[in-house]
Ligand binder design. Structure first.
Ligand SMILES: Cc1ncc(COP(=O)(O)O)c(C=O)c1O
Length: 371
């Protein structure tokens, strides 16, 4: 059993789009399929100023450049490397703030102490699609004159009080990687708050060319999404309601079976889970490793995602030290979640997890009391 599996839409439908690409001989450069996908995504998500790009890391990179971020950015080490590697790769130091041990997101109370004299932005991650407290982050950003770039890589399906969270901050960057709930094989998008910055970003993804005059008016590079990738996105988008409901159904089953035995993220009642991941934290690292091994022996793949905490790794160790990020990273395991799984498969995984933690379950119950 795989931990994740890419959703494949109808081949016939995908080939239909490819035939159109062949007929037009238009493969990239803001082609008709990319335009159609951007418009349909804005409509589906209820957002504006959405720019498609070649992957989720490119989405973050575009946001950093379009918003002129320099110096350092406050972010979380409990994330995929891209959250820190993109700014660092672009000469911007990550400055780590610890996470909240309940939500596993950046702790708003820790942000201000991570602000340095050269900090120009905060980049919280909605970890596994769990929304960060945007009201508190915005207040801190306003107080210190900082930009906010959300790493919303996991948030395609997340809704708060019935609305997408992708229009929060100055920019939100999302990944459409093949393993994500909605995907374009490789791809991503940025949603900008400000119209003028969005227009600038549109030029930046195509070497700074002005789309009308052809003049080079901005610094830019190539971050464009091709027509072939947009075609996959259009085909997947037709099925995305089914994908989300299937994944949410499996998540509910997982929570029902495991909720009393493992630690899960605290998620506000007004949040509709995007169905991206099923992360659990075990009692300690040894239990986590044992469960990982036990499930692996049964042919059930799980993933220690995100492990290790980035502040323990060579490239990022100098950017701060955290307590809770390390703690959760050492105990977290993502369980299988994708559309090929059935409710019976979830039962099988849960039975295996419970067998794996049997020895330590009493400890976990007491741990749940203090964490
Ligand atoms: C939190 C986070 N940010 C950024 C990315 C980068 O996205 P991509 O792989 O599309 O470049 C990922 C990828 O999974 C991610 O998990």
């Amino acid at each position: 059993m795989e931990v994740t599996s890419s959703y494949l839409p109808s081949l016939q439908k995908y080939v239909g789009y490819l035939e159109g690409i062949y007929a037009r001989c238009r493969l990239t450069n803001n082609g008709p399929l990319a335009c159609e996908l951007a418009a349909r995504l804005e409509d589906y998500l209820g957002v504006r100023n959405l720019i498609l790009v070649s992957n989720g890391s490119a989405a973050l990179e575009l946001a950093y450049h379009a918003l002129d971020i320099s110096g350092s950015v406050v972010t979380t080490p409990f994330s995929f490397p891209a959250s820190s590697s993109v700014p660092a790769w672009n000469g911007i130091d990550p400055s780590f703030a610890d996470i909240d041990p309940h939500t596993w997101n950046i702790d708003p109370d820790q942000i201000e102490s991570a602000i340095r004299s050269d900090t120009t932005a905060i980049s919280p991650v909605h970890v596994y699609g769990n929304p960060v407290d945007d009201v508190r982050v915005s207040a801190i950003a306003r107080r210190h004159g900082l930009r906010v770039i959300y790493d919303a890589a996991h948030c395609f399906g997340t809704r708060k009080a019935g609305r997408s969270i992708l229009d929060q901050g100055d920019a939100s960057a999302i990944s459409f990687h093949a393993t994500k709930t909605f995907h374009t094989i490789e791809g991503g998008a940025v949603i900008f708050r400000d119209d003028a910055i969005c227009e600038r970003a549109r030029r930046m993804i195509n070497f700074g060319f002005d789309a009308v005059t052809g003049d080079i008016v901005d610094l830019g590079t190539n971050l464009k999404m091709s027509e072939v990738h947009a075609a996959m996105g259009l085909a997947v988008l037709d099925d995305v309601d089914y994908i989300l409901s299937h994944r949410r159904h499996l998540l509910a089953l997982y929570m029902h079976k495991l909720g009393d035995y493992v630690q899960c993220q605290r998620i506000d009642a007004e949040v509709t889970n995007g169905g991206g991941y099923m992360p659990i934290a075990l009692a300690d690292t040894a239990t986590c490793e044992r469960v990982y091994q036990h499930l692996g022996n049964l042919g059930i793949a799980t993933r220690r995602y995100f492990h290790p905490s980035l502040d323990t790794t060579v490239p990022y160790a100098r950017f701060g030290t955290t307590r809770y990020s390390r703690d959760i990273a050492d105990r977290v395991l993502c369980l299988p979640l994708h559309t090929k799984l059935s409710p019976n498969d979830v039962e099988t995984v849960c039975t295996a997890v419970l067998a794996g933690i049997r020895d330590t379950a009493p400890r976990l119950v007491s741990l749940a009391g203090i964490v």
